[in-house]
Design a protein around this ligand. Structure first.
Ligand SMILES: [Zn+2]
Length: 334
């Protein structure tokens, strides 16, 4: 283990909180406890933390979300197809993606029909990346490249980096341009990308400031960095306490909220554009199950009532800025 100072202010002090990590809530980790320090500046991080060598023991060879199960029923498949058509329409109507040319009447009708879902995405903090015309995008921590494949299909010129050799070889097998390792050693050209994306990967890196500075170097002036992070300032984190799934010790080394993510981006030389939060129902319910199991000593999984209440609650909390997922967008100054 190694002891570190706060990456935002350099302080070594703060208040300690011991977090359990249990094999039952997280199949990859043994029963151990870890310490989170909340710095006087307000930032929370794992300290002491495993060294770069030691941390490897905490990652399974396939550390990324499992592939979505293929839909079982005809109705499921129909809904999936419908949702795909709607997303494509929303991209074309509201985010500038190219599509087949249609008469203005058809476009107007389509716009009206899709507006409620567009509004819902906005309300839920799930904006879509605006089209950049042959824009070049890098996904840091891309896993087997599911997002990259989707974005490639939408016209983006896509690249990826990931630690996991298994994930990288999967991404390469579908023709994606993905490097194994870490962004600091990937050696991309300066001023090369329009977008650099970190989807739940920055909380895993040992030096987020240097990593974001590197992202800034390889972005074109005016290019954007997108951070998706667990929100330590969320209602979920407060509600479930030690059993919030996104503490995920010792793999999550840093726990950002709106304020600390803004400070981090500023330290790396970015200008903030927009920060929103949203909550995924599955992460909320995952924490609930863990909580029931350990605090209420109940083996019961969440019921359907909780699932429905959680759906609406998550949407509203996300909109109000207390969602479990933080999405920060910032720009490299021109
Ligand atoms: Zn600090």
């Amino acid at each position: 283990m190694e002891t570190v100072a706060c990456i935002l202010c350099g302080s070594t002090g703060g208040t300690a909180r011991v977090i359990p990590s249990t094999g039952a809530c997280n199949a990859d980790v043994k029963d151990e406890t870890f310490t989170l320090i909340t710095c006087p500046c307000g930032f929370t991080y794992l300290n002491p933390r495993p060294t770069r060598e030691e941390i490897k023991a905490y990652y399974p060879s396939e550390y990324y979300p499992p592939a979505e199960l293929s839909s079982r029923t005809k109705v499921d498949r129909l809904f999936k197809r419908l949702s795909k058509v709607m997303k494509k329409g929303i991209r074309e109507e509201f985010y500038g993606y190219p599509g087949t040319s249609r008469s203005w009447v058809v476009r107007l009708l389509r716009r009206i029909a899709l507006y409620p879902e567009y509004w819902h995405l906005q309300f839920a903090g799930r904006d879509i990346l605006p089209f950049k015309g042959q824009g070049r995008l890098l996904d840091v921590g891309c896993g087997p490249g599911r997002l990259l494949q989707e974005l490639r299909g939408q016209g983006w010129d896509v690249y990826g980096v990931d630690f996991s050799p298994v994930a990288v070889s999967r991404a390469q097998s579908v023709g994606l341009n993905v490097k194994e390792g870490d962004l600091l050693t990937a050696g991309f050209e300066s001023n090369y990308f329009d977008v650099v994306n970190f989807s739940h990967s920055l909380e895993h890196v040992f030096d987020p400031v240097a990593t974001l500075q590197e992202a800034r170097r390889i972005l074109k002036p005016g290019g954007r960095v997108l951070l998706f992070l667990p929100n330590a300032g969320s209602a979920e984190a407060a509600l479930f306490g030690d059993w919030w799934v996104a503490w995920d010790p010792p793999r999550h080394l840093f726990h950002f909220d709106r304020r600390s993510s803004a400070r981090l981006l500023e330290l790396a030389g970015f200008q903030a554009v927009k920060t929103t939060t949203s909550t995924s129902k599955s992460s909320f319910l995952g924490s609930a199950d863990c909580y029931f199991q350990y605090v209420a000593k109940s083996q019961r999984k969440h019921g359907s009532l909780l699932r429905h209440v959680a759906g609406v609650g998550c949407l509203v909390l996300g909109h109000l800025g207390y969602g479990g997922e933080l999405k920060a967008m910032a720009e490299k100054p021109s």
